[in-house]
Design a protein around this ligand. Structure first.
Ligand SMILES: Nc1ncnc2c1ncn2[C@@H]1O[C@H](COP(=O)(O)OP(=O)(O)OP(=O)(O)O)[C@@H](O)[C@H]1O
Ligand SMILES: [Mg+2]
Length: 240
C-alpha cells in the first residue's frame, strides 16, 4: 500500500493484573489507506477496543508503533497526543456521551470551540453538521429529548466537527434498533464517501460487515483474517 494513513506495526498491549498478565494485543500489523472504511470484527475480549484506543491516541501500547501519516504517535508526549486527538480523530462510542445540559447544537459547538472556533462560526458549522446527519430540526433539543438514534447522530456530528482525518466508532449501533442503526450507518458511510474520512468501525454484528471496504477479523489479540470487498453493499441492503 502506498502511503497508508495508518500503519500499526507489531502492536502489543499487555495489562498487568497482579501476578497475571493479560495479552490484549499480541503483535498486530495493519495498514489502512486514506478514505478506507474498515469494519473490525471479533468476539468479546479479542482486542477491538484496545486497537481503537491505540490508533486514537487514548492509550499507549506496550510495544510496537502506530504511524499516522508517517509519524509515530506512540512517541508523542501528552500535549502532542491531546492535539492529535483533537485535530485528527473523531470518536463515536456505544453510549453516546453527549453533555446532558447542552442542546444538540451546543454539544457540537462545544467540540468546535475546543479547537478555537468563535461563537458565530461554531453555531453555523454545528447546524451544517446536524443537517448532514438529518437533525437540523432537532438542533435545540437536549439529549434527553432525543431518541437513541438521534443522540448517536449528534455524537457523529460532534465527532466530525473539526474535519478529522479519522473517525473511530466503537459499537456505534450497539444500543439501537435496526432502523435507527441503519440511519446511523448511512450517516457514517455518507461522511466517509463525501468527505473522504477514513473510518474504523468496531462491531460484534457480522451483518454490518458487508458495507466495509475491508473486514478485519480479530481473535485473541491477533488478526485472524482480512477480507477485501471490491463492491461493498449499500447500507439499505444490509439484512439485520
Ligand atoms: N484496562 C484493562 N485492564 C486489564 N485488562 C484489560 C483492560 N482493558 C482490556 N483488558 C483486557 O484486554 C482484552 C481485550 O479487551 P478489549 O476491550 O480490547 O476487547 P474487545 O474486543 O473490545 O471486547 P468487547 O467486544 O467485549 O468490547 C480483554 O481480555 C480484556 O479483559
Ligand atoms: Mg470493546
Amino acid at each position: 500500500m502506498n502511503n497508508p494513513l495508518i500503519l500499526c506495526r507489531d502492536l502489543t498491549r499487555q495489562y498487568k493484573m497482579g501476578a497475571v498478565t493479560v495479552h490484549a494485543l499480541r503483535g498486530l500489523n495493519l495498514e489502512i489507506a486514506t478514505g478506507e472504511f474498515i469494519v473490525l470484527l471479533g468476539p468479546s475480549g479479542s482486542g477491538k477496543t484496545t486497537t481503537l484506543n491505540l490508533v486514537g491516541g487514548l492509550d499507549r501500547p506496550t510495544g510496537g508503533a502506530v504511524l499516522v501519516g508517517g509519524e509515530d504517535i506512540t512517541r508523542y508526549n501528552e500535549k502532542q497526543l491531546t492535539r492529535y486527538r483533537r485535530e485528527q480523530v473523531g470518536f463515536v462510542f456505544q453510549f453516546f456521551n453527549l453533555i446532558p445540559t447542552l442542546t444538540a447544537s451546543e454539544n457540537v459547538e462545544f467540540a468546535l470551540k475546543l479547537n478555537g472556533s468563535n461563537g458565530r462560526s461554531a453555531a453555523s458549522r454545528a447546524l451544517e453538521l446536524l443537517d448532514i446527519v438529518g437533525l437540523r430540526e432537532r438542533a435545540n433539543h437536549f439529549p434527553a429529548e432525543l431518541s437513541g438514534g438521534e443522540q448517536q447522530r449528534v455524537s457523529i456530528a460532534r465527532a466530525l466537527a473539526n474535519h478529522p482525518a479519522l473517525l473511530l466508532c466503537d459499537e456505534p449501533t450497539g444500543n439501537l434498533d435496526v432502523k435507527t442503526g441503519h440511519q446511523v450507518l448511512q450517516a457514517i458511510r455518507d461522511l466517509n464517501r463525501e468527505e473522504g474520512t477514513t473510518v474504523i468501525l468496531v462491531t460484534h454484528n457480522t451483518a454490518i460487515a458487508p458495507m466495509a471496504d475491508r473486514i478485519v477479523r480479530l481473535s485473541d489479540g491477533q488478526i485472524d483474517s482480512i477480507t477485501v470487498q471490491d463492491e461493498p453493499e449499500l447500507v439499505a441492503e444490509l439484512a439485520w
